[in-house]
Design a protein. Structure first.
Lengths: 371, 371
């Protein structure tokens, strides 16, 4: 795929990644359709799913299409879902409101996009130095997070389900070496959300640049650095052609949960089988997207290594320690924003601490000494 | 729960963990049933699911029950599944054959239980110094593993789906310090499967002890050490009462996939909606069980710390390096056992190497420097 094609129709992105590429086709396996469904009859539904992603957006947009197809098959054709990219039916950042109001029945996006309206929502996506995918899933699914999320979103007439995860993201593309925390001083870097506040706290200049203008801004030196997602999406954006250094890890987004939301009133009115079919398919998307991110990022990291002379580096432990200290203040402030944030953050923090102790005897040792 | 109750009815375990406890109740959330299903009619099925786990076995047996309940709701009551513990309908280690023959329509267990009959199967569970849960899921779901697994099991009239994962296990309970590889010399340790071969290669004596006799064997010094699963299940077994040291990590099982199998002939004859409902629910179980293991292990590691004076330790990097070298030979031999093993192992190994390079910039840095 050429960068030019990739950029075709590139949408405005104020918070994070929305970009447009042509639909990449399937990937997820759906049982062959030669068998007729076993359902004889039942009321039929046509629902709309609005997303914050451009149509066919790799991994995430594809996962939404696969979700819709799974639901169609599981429901014996009773539930047909049309998936819309950001801007096709409503602007990307109005997904939350559109599903809340019932303009569409389903939404897919990320909680931190609506942090301005619902500050506690970002704890259900990712915060700097927060939990990774495994931790977020354990907290939400089995550690009490889902109940708090249900309560929070019920006030907006929404039912939330975790339905995708990016895994640990990359730290970004730089045209300056970052050898210590001091090197962030004066650095003009595209960085959204709480990450921007951390960057500012260590002396950097966080800049908001739309996804469609990122390549040109970095190429012309309007910015010194930009974060995006991980090797797969970053490669498609072409940053390796214009940046010298690619730093890891994405301390600002260690495992972003992508959320599916249902209009609560309409969801509650559905028969029980269709409710369960949609929730279960959303959970399927959660694992499929994470696994697809892992598989594709492995492949594309190798491509970047082989095809380019970009230096792929890790931030030094000291640099990360400095960022962590700055993040602690920023995240604690976000967790004290309102009553809902205090409640959610308390649960998040407690789970993160418990799981960190366990993973120091499990996953951490796996990555350090087993693999 | 008292250890005595936990042991009540403890089943024979030749390969790994089957033990019996009382059913622990729900945990997974299933949409409320006040809404009638939307399905008006359709053929009804009553299927049997045989498992290698005792009824109500924490996390895993519970997950099977939740799977059956989800399928019942999603199918509008058309598919009812009765879950049997190991030994209730067929012996635990005959699950593979029973589903293959059609004595039961569904099975739940782990591929390495049938390594004697299908050597390549263990690569779809876990091998010493193999991949963790995230790697196994990415390989199976999005890295070509599922296709190889389908081919392998089709010869046995089975359709396999990943439906659970233990996460990184613990290294076991010891009444001797393990400070270096040399300390394994002469150590009598309960260790099944390929792990046993690795233990023998470094001078230990791998012993096969049934789960029901493990506590007594360790207490009386018949064995010096035993592995089991992780903090939650190990605590319920009571090992903290009779062992001095609890070592991490479980190098022999870094992320064991639990498998669901369907009788292929019967599965293929199902209508498409029920096929998709069951596969999707199995994927749901995969994520639910892993998340439940993570949440419960975090809690129970803390309990072991607080309630006992067991020393929780990590093997030294040198010790693990020695085990890794021994494992490389053992695993390569297993991967060269027959044509199917060679094909599966080649794919497994290639994916493991690619994902290891990517995770050295993502998950590894997360565990070392972010959390």
């Amino acid at each position: 795929m050429q960068r030019k094609d990739f950029f075709k129709g590139l949408a405005l992105a104020t918070v994070s990644a929305p970009i447009v590429i042509k639909a990449l086709g399937g990937g997820g396996e759906v049982t062959a359709q030669h068998e007729a469904p076993g359902v004889i009859s039942g009321k039929r539904y046509k629902w709309k799913m609005v997303t914050t992603w451009p149509p066919g957006f790799p991994v995430v947009g594809e996962g939404c299409e696969l979700f819709a197809e799974k639901v169609r098959v599981m429901s014996g054709g009773r539930m047909e879902i049309e998936v819309y990219g950001g801007g096709e039916l409503v602007p990307a950042l109005e997904v939350f409101g559109a599903v809340s109001d019932g303009a569409a029945e389903i939404g897919h996006g990320a909680g931190y996009y609506w942090a301005g309206r619902v500050p506690a929502a970002q704890f259900f996506t990712s915060v700097p130095f927060g939990m990774n995918a495994q931790g977020m899933n354990a907290w939400i699914i089995n550690g009490g997070g889902q109940k708090l999320w249900d309560e929070l979103y019920a006030d907006y007439n929404l039912v939330p389900v975790p339905a995708g995860n990016t895994g640990v993201q990359m730290g970004g593309w730089f045209n300056r070496e970052i050898n210590s925390l001091a090197d962030f001083k004066g650095l003009k870097m595209r960085m959204p959300g709480l990450g921007a506040k951390v960057l500012q706290a260590v002396g950097g200049a966080a800049v908001l640049v739309a996804g469609s203008e990122l390549y040109t801004s970095l190429e012309r030196g309007v910015i010194d650095a930009t974060e995006w997602i991980g090797p797969y999406h970053d490669y498609l954006m072409g940053f390796h052609q214009i940046a010298d250094y690619y730093y890891a890890p994405g301390w600002h987004e260690p495992g972003s949960v992508l959320e599916m939301t249902f209009n609560k009133e309409k969801f509650d009115a559905l028969p029980a089988d269709l409710q369960e079919i949609m929730k279960t398919a959303a959970h399927w998307s959660n694992l499929w997207m994470l696994s697809e991110f892992e598989a594709k990022n492995s492949t594309y990291l190798a491509k970047i290594r082989q095809e380019t002379d970009v230096e792929i580096r890790s931030f030094t432990p000291d640099t990360l320690n400095g960022l962590r200290k700055a993040a602690a203040t920023v995240v604690a402030e976000a967790g004290d924003k309102d009553a809902a944030s205090r409640k959610v953050y308390a649960s998040f923090k407690q789970f993160q601490e418990a799981t960190a102790r366990w993973s120091s005897f499990s996953e951490r040792l796996y990555y350090e000494d087993l693999q």
